[in-house]
Design a binder for this molecule. Structure first.
Ligand SMILES: Nc1ncnc2c1ncn2[C@@H]1O[C@H](COP(=O)(O)OP(=O)(O)O)[C@@H](O)[C@H]1O
Ligand SMILES: [Mg+2]
Length: 344
Protein backbone atom coordinates (compact mmCIF):
# COMPACT_ATOMS: atom_id res chain seq x y z
CA UNK A 1 0.00 0.00 0.00
CA UNK A 2 1.31 3.47 -0.83
CA UNK A 3 1.21 6.06 1.89
CA UNK A 4 0.43 9.59 0.76
CA UNK A 5 1.54 12.49 2.91
CA UNK A 6 -0.69 15.55 2.41
CA UNK A 7 1.09 18.83 1.70
CA UNK A 8 0.92 21.35 4.57
CA UNK A 9 -1.11 24.48 3.77
CA UNK A 10 -0.34 27.27 6.25
CA UNK A 11 -3.42 28.73 7.92
CA UNK A 12 -5.80 26.24 6.41
CA UNK A 13 -5.44 23.55 9.02
CA UNK A 14 -3.87 20.17 8.58
CA UNK A 15 -4.38 18.07 6.54
CA UNK A 16 -5.94 20.03 3.64
CA UNK A 17 -9.00 17.79 3.37
CA UNK A 18 -10.97 16.51 6.35
CA UNK A 19 -10.94 12.71 6.46
CA UNK A 20 -14.33 11.16 5.85
CA UNK A 21 -15.66 9.88 9.19
CA UNK A 22 -16.38 6.17 9.14
CA UNK A 23 -18.26 4.53 11.94
CA UNK A 24 -16.92 1.92 14.36
CA UNK A 25 -17.53 0.92 17.94
CA UNK A 26 -14.65 3.25 18.75
CA UNK A 27 -16.48 6.34 17.52
CA UNK A 28 -16.46 7.78 14.02
CA UNK A 29 -12.79 6.91 13.58
CA UNK A 30 -12.11 3.28 12.74
CA UNK A 31 -10.33 1.39 15.50
CA UNK A 32 -6.98 -0.32 14.86
CA UNK A 33 -7.57 -3.80 13.53
CA UNK A 34 -10.94 -3.00 11.93
CA UNK A 35 -11.53 -3.09 8.17
CA UNK A 36 -11.59 0.69 7.60
CA UNK A 37 -8.57 1.47 9.76
CA UNK A 38 -6.05 3.45 7.76
CA UNK A 39 -2.61 3.56 9.37
CA UNK A 40 -1.57 6.46 7.12
CA UNK A 41 -4.06 8.61 9.03
CA UNK A 42 -2.24 8.07 12.33
CA UNK A 43 -0.10 10.84 13.69
CA UNK A 44 3.48 9.58 14.04
CA UNK A 45 4.69 9.09 17.63
CA UNK A 46 6.99 12.12 17.24
CA UNK A 47 3.94 14.36 16.65
CA UNK A 48 1.93 13.06 19.59
CA UNK A 49 2.02 15.46 22.51
CA UNK A 50 2.69 14.14 25.96
CA UNK A 51 0.14 16.56 27.44
CA UNK A 52 -2.85 15.26 25.53
CA UNK A 53 -5.57 12.97 26.85
CA UNK A 54 -5.34 10.12 29.26
CA UNK A 55 -1.95 11.22 30.52
CA UNK A 56 -0.55 8.14 32.20
CA UNK A 57 0.88 10.17 35.08
CA UNK A 58 -2.45 11.61 36.27
CA UNK A 59 -3.56 10.24 39.61
CA UNK A 60 -7.18 10.84 40.45
CA UNK A 61 -7.97 11.34 44.12
CA UNK A 62 -11.10 12.09 46.09
CA UNK A 63 -9.43 15.03 47.82
CA UNK A 64 -11.33 18.30 48.25
CA UNK A 65 -9.86 21.00 46.04
CA UNK A 66 -9.45 24.59 47.25
CA UNK A 67 -12.62 26.65 46.81
CA UNK A 68 -12.35 30.04 45.08
CA UNK A 69 -12.50 33.09 47.37
CA UNK A 70 -15.65 34.29 45.59
CA UNK A 71 -18.04 32.65 43.11
CA UNK A 72 -16.66 32.24 39.59
CA UNK A 73 -19.25 32.76 36.88
CA UNK A 74 -18.17 30.86 33.77
CA UNK A 75 -19.89 31.22 30.39
CA UNK A 76 -19.57 28.11 28.23
CA UNK A 77 -20.07 29.41 24.71
CA UNK A 78 -19.35 28.63 21.07
CA UNK A 79 -22.07 29.41 18.57
CA UNK A 80 -21.29 26.20 16.74
CA UNK A 81 -23.57 23.32 17.73
CA UNK A 82 -22.29 19.92 18.78
CA UNK A 83 -18.81 21.00 19.89
CA UNK A 84 -19.22 19.73 23.46
CA UNK A 85 -20.52 22.80 25.36
CA UNK A 86 -23.15 20.89 27.31
CA UNK A 87 -21.01 17.80 27.79
CA UNK A 88 -18.16 19.95 29.09
CA UNK A 89 -20.44 22.00 31.36
CA UNK A 90 -22.09 18.97 32.90
CA UNK A 91 -18.90 16.97 33.45
CA UNK A 92 -16.66 19.79 34.69
CA UNK A 93 -19.43 20.91 37.05
CA UNK A 94 -19.94 17.35 38.33
CA UNK A 95 -16.17 16.88 38.80
CA UNK A 96 -15.83 20.14 40.76
CA UNK A 97 -18.81 19.20 42.96
CA UNK A 98 -17.32 15.75 43.58
CA UNK A 99 -14.23 17.52 44.94
CA UNK A 100 -16.17 19.58 47.45
CA UNK A 101 -17.31 22.68 45.51
CA UNK A 102 -20.89 23.95 45.39
CA UNK A 103 -21.76 24.36 41.73
CA UNK A 104 -24.75 25.78 39.86
CA UNK A 105 -25.49 25.17 36.18
CA UNK A 106 -27.86 27.55 34.42
CA UNK A 107 -29.21 25.72 31.36
CA UNK A 108 -29.72 28.39 28.71
CA UNK A 109 -30.42 26.05 25.80
CA UNK A 110 -34.13 25.50 25.04
CA UNK A 111 -33.22 21.89 24.19
CA UNK A 112 -32.55 21.38 27.91
CA UNK A 113 -29.69 18.93 27.28
CA UNK A 114 -27.83 19.85 30.48
CA UNK A 115 -31.04 19.34 32.47
CA UNK A 116 -31.58 15.93 30.84
CA UNK A 117 -27.99 14.83 31.43
CA UNK A 118 -28.32 15.49 35.16
CA UNK A 119 -31.78 13.93 35.67
CA UNK A 120 -33.40 17.32 36.30
CA UNK A 121 -37.13 17.68 35.69
CA UNK A 122 -37.63 20.09 32.78
CA UNK A 123 -40.87 19.08 31.09
CA UNK A 124 -43.34 21.62 29.72
CA UNK A 125 -44.54 23.86 32.53
CA UNK A 126 -41.56 23.23 34.87
CA UNK A 127 -40.37 26.58 36.22
CA UNK A 128 -36.96 27.35 34.76
CA UNK A 129 -34.63 30.01 33.46
CA UNK A 130 -37.40 31.41 31.23
CA UNK A 131 -39.23 32.57 34.38
CA UNK A 132 -36.11 34.35 35.65
CA UNK A 133 -35.46 36.09 32.33
CA UNK A 134 -38.96 37.07 31.30
CA UNK A 135 -40.89 37.32 34.59
CA UNK A 136 -38.06 38.19 36.98
CA UNK A 137 -38.64 35.11 39.21
CA UNK A 138 -35.80 34.71 41.71
CA UNK A 139 -33.35 31.89 40.98
CA UNK A 140 -33.86 30.41 44.46
CA UNK A 141 -37.37 29.40 43.35
CA UNK A 142 -36.09 27.64 40.22
CA UNK A 143 -33.03 25.74 41.38
CA UNK A 144 -33.19 21.93 41.58
CA UNK A 145 -30.52 19.70 43.17
CA UNK A 146 -28.93 17.03 40.98
CA UNK A 147 -29.98 13.68 42.48
CA UNK A 148 -26.70 11.91 41.66
CA UNK A 149 -24.06 14.49 42.67
CA UNK A 150 -24.05 16.26 46.05
CA UNK A 151 -23.35 19.97 45.79
CA UNK A 152 -24.51 20.26 42.16
CA UNK A 153 -27.60 22.34 41.33
CA UNK A 154 -29.36 23.24 38.09
CA UNK A 155 -31.70 25.96 36.88
CA UNK A 156 -33.44 23.93 34.16
CA UNK A 157 -34.47 25.00 30.67
CA UNK A 158 -37.75 23.88 29.21
CA UNK A 159 -38.98 24.36 25.67
CA UNK A 160 -40.70 27.71 26.47
CA UNK A 161 -37.19 29.18 26.57
CA UNK A 162 -37.22 29.03 22.76
CA UNK A 163 -39.72 31.91 22.83
CA UNK A 164 -37.57 33.97 25.18
CA UNK A 165 -35.28 35.19 22.36
CA UNK A 166 -38.30 37.06 20.95
CA UNK A 167 -40.11 37.87 24.20
CA UNK A 168 -37.02 39.53 25.63
CA UNK A 169 -36.74 42.05 22.79
CA UNK A 170 -39.19 44.68 24.11
CA UNK A 171 -38.23 44.22 27.78
CA UNK A 172 -36.28 46.75 29.79
CA UNK A 173 -32.61 45.80 30.17
CA UNK A 174 -33.07 42.81 27.91
CA UNK A 175 -29.33 42.01 27.78
CA UNK A 176 -28.77 42.11 31.52
CA UNK A 177 -31.73 40.25 32.96
CA UNK A 178 -29.76 37.11 33.77
CA UNK A 179 -27.02 39.21 35.36
CA UNK A 180 -29.53 40.89 37.65
CA UNK A 181 -31.11 37.58 38.67
CA UNK A 182 -27.73 35.95 39.26
CA UNK A 183 -26.17 38.89 41.12
CA UNK A 184 -29.06 39.09 43.54
CA UNK A 185 -28.96 35.33 44.13
CA UNK A 186 -25.20 35.33 44.74
CA UNK A 187 -25.58 38.36 47.01
CA UNK A 188 -28.22 36.60 49.12
CA UNK A 189 -25.92 33.62 49.57
CA UNK A 190 -22.69 35.53 50.30
CA UNK A 191 -22.74 35.08 54.05
CA UNK A 192 -24.43 31.68 54.17
CA UNK A 193 -22.89 28.22 54.27
CA UNK A 194 -24.71 27.55 50.99
CA UNK A 195 -22.46 29.97 49.12
CA UNK A 196 -21.77 28.88 45.53
CA UNK A 197 -18.23 28.40 44.24
CA UNK A 198 -18.88 28.04 40.51
CA UNK A 199 -21.73 29.01 38.23
CA UNK A 200 -21.66 27.55 34.70
CA UNK A 201 -23.86 29.16 32.05
CA UNK A 202 -24.46 26.60 29.27
CA UNK A 203 -25.27 28.59 26.11
CA UNK A 204 -27.32 27.58 23.08
CA UNK A 205 -25.57 27.29 19.69
CA UNK A 206 -26.32 30.84 18.55
CA UNK A 207 -25.31 34.40 19.32
CA UNK A 208 -28.82 35.58 20.19
CA UNK A 209 -30.16 37.27 23.31
CA UNK A 210 -29.80 34.16 25.48
CA UNK A 211 -26.07 33.94 24.79
CA UNK A 212 -25.74 37.72 25.17
CA UNK A 213 -27.43 37.49 28.58
CA UNK A 214 -24.84 34.86 29.56
CA UNK A 215 -21.93 36.96 28.27
CA UNK A 216 -23.19 39.96 30.24
CA UNK A 217 -23.68 37.89 33.42
CA UNK A 218 -20.30 36.11 33.32
CA UNK A 219 -16.75 36.94 34.34
CA UNK A 220 -14.93 34.20 32.49
CA UNK A 221 -15.55 32.45 29.22
CA UNK A 222 -14.80 28.81 28.60
CA UNK A 223 -14.73 27.97 24.89
CA UNK A 224 -14.94 24.29 23.94
CA UNK A 225 -13.32 23.64 20.58
CA UNK A 226 -13.95 20.38 18.80
CA UNK A 227 -10.81 18.96 17.19
CA UNK A 228 -12.10 19.04 13.64
CA UNK A 229 -11.50 20.85 10.39
CA UNK A 230 -13.55 24.04 10.63
CA UNK A 231 -13.00 24.40 14.37
CA UNK A 232 -11.52 27.90 14.36
CA UNK A 233 -13.83 29.57 11.85
CA UNK A 234 -16.75 30.09 14.22
CA UNK A 235 -14.40 30.96 17.07
CA UNK A 236 -13.16 34.07 15.24
CA UNK A 237 -16.71 35.36 14.96
CA UNK A 238 -17.35 34.49 18.59
CA UNK A 239 -14.30 36.51 19.66
CA UNK A 240 -15.44 39.52 17.64
CA UNK A 241 -18.78 39.39 19.46
CA UNK A 242 -17.03 39.06 22.80
CA UNK A 243 -15.06 42.24 22.01
CA UNK A 244 -18.35 44.07 21.37
CA UNK A 245 -19.77 42.82 24.67
CA UNK A 246 -16.59 43.87 26.47
CA UNK A 247 -16.76 47.34 24.92
CA UNK A 248 -20.43 48.02 25.57
CA UNK A 249 -21.97 45.70 28.13
CA UNK A 250 -19.46 43.84 30.31
CA UNK A 251 -15.91 45.14 30.59
CA UNK A 252 -15.18 42.45 33.21
CA UNK A 253 -15.52 39.52 30.79
CA UNK A 254 -12.39 37.62 29.75
CA UNK A 255 -11.82 34.58 27.58
CA UNK A 256 -10.02 32.67 30.32
CA UNK A 257 -10.13 29.08 29.17
CA UNK A 258 -10.23 26.98 26.02
CA UNK A 259 -10.81 23.23 26.15
CA UNK A 260 -10.18 20.81 23.29
CA UNK A 261 -12.96 18.26 22.93
CA UNK A 262 -13.42 15.01 20.99
CA UNK A 263 -9.67 14.69 20.59
CA UNK A 264 -8.47 11.60 18.79
CA UNK A 265 -4.78 10.98 19.40
CA UNK A 266 -4.67 8.61 16.42
CA UNK A 267 -5.30 11.26 13.79
CA UNK A 268 -3.18 14.01 12.32
CA UNK A 269 -6.32 16.11 12.08
CA UNK A 270 -6.81 16.27 15.86
CA UNK A 271 -3.13 16.95 16.48
CA UNK A 272 -3.12 19.69 13.82
CA UNK A 273 -6.22 21.45 15.12
CA UNK A 274 -4.93 21.19 18.71
CA UNK A 275 -1.62 22.75 17.68
CA UNK A 276 -3.37 25.59 15.84
CA UNK A 277 -5.60 26.30 18.85
CA UNK A 278 -2.58 26.23 21.21
CA UNK A 279 -0.63 28.59 18.93
CA UNK A 280 -3.56 31.00 18.97
CA UNK A 281 -4.66 30.86 22.62
CA UNK A 282 -1.42 29.86 24.39
CA UNK A 283 -1.75 29.13 28.11
CA UNK A 284 -5.47 29.64 28.06
CA UNK A 285 -5.86 26.18 26.52
CA UNK A 286 -6.18 23.51 29.23
CA UNK A 287 -3.34 20.99 28.98
CA UNK A 288 -5.88 18.20 29.24
CA UNK A 289 -7.81 17.54 26.05
CA UNK A 290 -11.00 15.50 26.21
CA UNK A 291 -10.80 12.32 24.13
CA UNK A 292 -13.56 11.20 21.84
CA UNK A 293 -15.22 8.52 23.91
CA UNK A 294 -18.30 6.37 23.54
CA UNK A 295 -18.84 6.40 27.32
CA UNK A 296 -19.06 10.23 27.30
CA UNK A 297 -21.71 10.18 24.57
CA UNK A 298 -23.67 7.31 26.16
CA UNK A 299 -23.94 8.88 29.61
CA UNK A 300 -26.76 11.40 28.83
CA UNK A 301 -29.05 8.63 27.61
CA UNK A 302 -28.88 7.26 31.18
CA UNK A 303 -29.52 10.79 32.55
CA UNK A 304 -26.02 10.91 33.94
CA UNK A 305 -22.72 12.68 33.58
CA UNK A 306 -19.82 10.40 32.67
CA UNK A 307 -18.43 11.22 36.11
CA UNK A 308 -21.12 9.02 37.69
CA UNK A 309 -21.93 6.76 34.71
CA UNK A 310 -18.38 5.40 34.32
CA UNK A 311 -16.04 7.17 36.73
CA UNK A 312 -12.96 5.16 35.78
CA UNK A 313 -13.31 5.62 31.99
CA UNK A 314 -10.69 7.72 30.17
CA UNK A 315 -13.38 10.35 29.45
CA UNK A 316 -14.20 10.77 33.15
CA UNK A 317 -10.50 10.84 34.06
CA UNK A 318 -9.90 13.58 31.50
CA UNK A 319 -12.79 15.72 32.74
CA UNK A 320 -11.54 15.23 36.30
CA UNK A 321 -8.06 16.37 35.28
CA UNK A 322 -9.42 19.32 33.29
CA UNK A 323 -11.54 20.34 36.30
CA UNK A 324 -8.44 20.15 38.52
CA UNK A 325 -6.73 22.57 36.13
CA UNK A 326 -9.73 24.91 36.33
CA UNK A 327 -9.70 24.74 40.14
CA UNK A 328 -5.97 25.55 40.25
CA UNK A 329 -6.75 28.74 38.35
CA UNK A 330 -8.63 29.88 41.47
CA UNK A 331 -5.41 31.05 42.94
CA UNK A 332 -4.92 34.80 42.60
CA UNK A 333 -1.26 34.45 41.57
CA UNK A 334 -2.28 32.35 38.53
CA UNK A 335 -5.04 34.75 37.58
CA UNK A 336 -2.65 37.64 37.84
CA UNK A 337 -0.20 35.79 35.64
CA UNK A 338 -2.84 35.21 32.97
CA UNK A 339 -3.96 38.82 33.09
CA UNK A 340 -0.38 40.07 32.78
CA UNK A 341 0.18 37.83 29.79
CA UNK A 342 -3.02 39.10 28.20
CA UNK A 343 -2.00 42.70 28.74
CA UNK A 344 1.42 42.28 27.13
N1 LIG B 1 -15.66 13.64 24.08
C1 LIG B 1 -16.73 13.18 23.43
N2 LIG B 1 -16.71 11.95 22.87
C2 LIG B 1 -17.78 11.48 22.20
N3 LIG B 1 -18.92 12.14 22.02
C3 LIG B 1 -19.01 13.37 22.55
C4 LIG B 1 -17.93 13.96 23.29
N4 LIG B 1 -18.30 15.21 23.69
C5 LIG B 1 -19.55 15.38 23.24
N5 LIG B 1 -19.98 14.29 22.56
C6 LIG B 1 -21.28 14.10 21.89
O1 LIG B 1 -21.39 15.05 20.86
C7 LIG B 1 -22.71 15.57 20.80
C8 LIG B 1 -22.69 17.08 20.97
O2 LIG B 1 -22.20 17.41 22.26
P1 LIG B 1 -22.86 18.57 23.12
O3 LIG B 1 -22.11 18.64 24.40
O4 LIG B 1 -24.34 18.39 23.22
O5 LIG B 1 -22.52 19.82 22.22
P2 LIG B 1 -23.12 21.32 22.26
O6 LIG B 1 -23.67 21.56 23.64
O7 LIG B 1 -21.93 22.18 21.93
O8 LIG B 1 -24.17 21.38 21.19
C9 LIG B 1 -23.50 14.87 21.88
O9 LIG B 1 -24.19 13.79 21.30
C10 LIG B 1 -22.44 14.37 22.84
O10 LIG B 1 -22.85 13.21 23.53
MG1 LIG C 1 -25.63 22.15 24.25
Amino acid sequence: MTTQTPTPQPGLGWPPEPPVPRGSAFGPWPAPGTRDYDPSNRSPASERRPDLPARPGYVRTKAAWPRPPSPRVIVVANQKGGVGKTTTTVNLAAALAQHGARVLIVDLDPQGNASTALRIEHGDGTPGVYDALVDGTSLAKLIQPCPDVAGLFVVPASIDLAGAEVELVPLLGRESRLRRALDSHLQELTESADRLDYVFLDCPPSLGLLTINALVAGQEMLVPIQCEYYALEGVRQLLRNVELIQAHLNAGLSVSTVILTMYDARTRLSAGVAQEVRDHFGDRVLRTAIPRSVRISEAPSYSQSVMTYDPSSPGAMSYDEAAAEMARRNEPSQRLQTETQEAS
